[in-house]
Design a protein around this ligand. Structure first.
Ligand SMILES: [Zn+2]
Length: 165
């Protein structure tokens, strides 16, 4: 779990835990700024072709070498659906068209940040499959023979939901 911030992002003052809106939150002693902590939005895709699901092998920390569905964090000025399409292109070189929400997952085991992961069903509309600059590998796996080394629990849950149909 990430650490509480110690100093105010607005004025540099000291933060002290105080009760705000029914929870203990870090509040600036000097200017009253409340350092709310919220999960970061992330988005990705579930692409199934001929009973096989598209997965990506991580190239960077955390969890180098482990596998995930194509996904990443939403940029500040980006819609979650744009993020899902962009991340798929960056990691697998496939162009996809989204086909509705597959599911929403809480990602609580990423050491960088807690995240809300929105996964979309999609279909391929172009591109040749190859691992992008931020992936070691990208390939399809039979639904019941996905890698054992999955980087995050949210992706394990999504794969279980996918197998259940
Ligand atoms: Zn302050």
């Amino acid at each position: 779990m990430s650490q509480e911030p110690l100093y105010c992002a607005r004025c540099g003052g000291q933060l002290t835990p105080r009760m705000v809106d029914g929870r203990m939150r870090a509040v600036c002693d000097r200017c009253g700024f409340v350092a709310y902590r919220n999960p970061a939005p992330a988005a990705g895709v579930v692409l199934v072709e001929s009973g096989q699901v598209l997965m990506v092998q991580r190239k960077f920390e955390p969890r180098v070498g482990m596998w995930t569905l194509p996904a990443g964090f939403v940029e500040y000025d980006e819609h979650v659906t744009e993020c899902a399409i962009r991340e798929t292109k960056e990691e697998t070189n496939l162009d996809v068209e989204l086909d509705g929400l597959f599911g929403a997952y809480m990602a609580m085991d990423d050491p960088r940040v807690r995240a809300v992961l929105l996964l979309y069903r999609c279909r391929r509309i172009g591109g040749e499959l190859r691992a992008g600059d931020d992936a070691l590998d990208a390939r399809f796996f039979p639904l019941h023979r996905t890698p054992k080394e999955i980087a995050f629990k949210a992706h394990v849950q999504a794969l279980e939901d996918l197998r259940r149909g």
